[in-house]
Design a protein around this ligand. Structure first.
Ligand code: AMP
Ligand code: MG
Length: 346
């Protein structure tokens, strides 16, 4: 298949491109597009065939459901049913934005889109290109992240191209995604709100609106059982090299990483650290995620960095642990997953 590449400035959207991309989706094709979190791979959410094509293009297991993207909050009533008040409260507070909510699915929503579950994940993104594409496509785009299954999520159009060129109809380049980690997922289908995937909208922000919100206990402890979001069960976000995370006192972890670098001098090595330690390491690549307390800056950079390690043939990755406060929880969740939960505490 020939993949068409187009580019649009999010500030001045090219309506002709949007009309063409909308037509591709309405006719059952797949279009990758930017959102404020990561690039998505979109198809018509109400067409079972489109969802099947998304799984095939990504090499994604078909029991891992897609997120239904809408461009008007009230359209949630067509994707889902029995929608609780908590959903509308959170929609008022955080939509359009990086929050995905799970409710019972409507009869019309095909099981292919929801990975066979009787619930559906719904999000109203704030990125202007995403909103314009959803409208041009008829209002309901099913989309997971636009990476090949198992690779880090794409935060730039060239990442999508690396993974999916020749496998989808179109890629819309709308620049870099400014958040850079996937949306927060909160399950509202059971009466007890639970975060299935942490993201930019933090537990504290959700609790300000709803009162107590739980965290899926498996997020930081795989031995606690099966994660409720099927996507969190798979090794995911993973670079090709072996990755280990070092947590604890900064001086101690710095010393441990230096020891590992010495012991692995024959391998291609990389370190992920913060500005205050970046001069301490002698590795093939030393990348700072920025100031130690700036989770937003760090999160926006991290997937691009993991991809760079792959293209540089890095075999061993040593990563400093960062704070798990607030948005830091989402950053550390992705780093733990990228490492396959290979964590050393001082
Ligand atoms: P992605 O957009 O690639 O991050 O994938 C969507 C994520 O949403 C995956 O982790 C899915 O498992 C999760 N998800 C989608 N629908 C549901 C649902 N109905 N219940 C639980 N998790 C879901
Ligand atoms: Mg994904």
């Amino acid at each position: 298949m020939n993949t068409v590449f187009v580019k649009t400035d999010p500030e001045r959207i090219d309506e002709k491109i949007m009309a063409e991309a909308g037509r591709v989706i309405k006719e059952g094709g797949l279009v990758a597009f930017p959102t404020e979190t990561v690039y998505g791979l979109g198809g018509d959410a109400f067409r079972a065939e489109s969802s099947k094509k998304i799984y095939a293009a990504k090499g994604r297991p078909s029991d891992n459901p897609l997120i239904v993207h809408i461009a008007k909050a009230e359209d949630a009533g067509k994707a889902g049913k029995d929608i609780p008040d908590s959903f509308w409260l959170l929609a008022d507070a955080f939509w359009p934005g990086p929050l995905t909510m799970i409710v019972k699915k409507s009869e019309a929503m095909p099981p292919e889109t929801t990975g066979g579950l009787d619930t559906v994940a719904i999000r109203f993104p704030s990125h202007p290109v995403a909103a314009a594409l959803i409208e041009a496509s008829g209002g309901f785009i099913a989309a997971p992240s636009a990476n090949a299954s198992g690779r880090p999520s794409p935060t730039e159009a060239r990442h999508v191209r690396e993974d999916l060129d020749g496998r989808i109809d179109m890629i819309i380049d709308g620049g870099s995604c400014n958040i850079g980690l996937e949306s927060t997922i909160v399950d509202l289908s059971t009466g007890r709100p639970q975060i299935l995937r942490p993201g930019f909208i933090t537990k504290e922000m959700l609790e300000d609106v709803l009162g107590e919100v739980e965290l899926d206990p498996t997020l930081f402890k795989p031995s606690a059982g099966r994660p409720k979001a099927p996507g969190m069960r798979y090794r995911h976000y993973a670079p090709k090299g072996d990755m280990r995370i070092f947590r604890g006192d900064t001086e101690k972890i710095c010393a441990r990483i230096c020891e590992e670098l010495k012991a692995n001098e024959g391998s291609r090595t990389a370190v992920i650290c913060a500005d205050d330690t970046k001069d301490k390491y002698a590795a093939d690549m030393v990348v700072s995620l920025g100031a130690r307390d700036d989770a937003k800056g760090a999160a926006a950079a991290v997937y691009g960095i993991l991809r760079d390690f792959d293209s540089e043939g890095i075999e061993k990755i040593y990563c400093e642990g960062f704070s798990e406060e607030g948005y830091g929880l989402a950053l550390m969740n992705r780093l733990y997953k990228a490492s396959g939960f290979n964590v050393e505490k001082d």
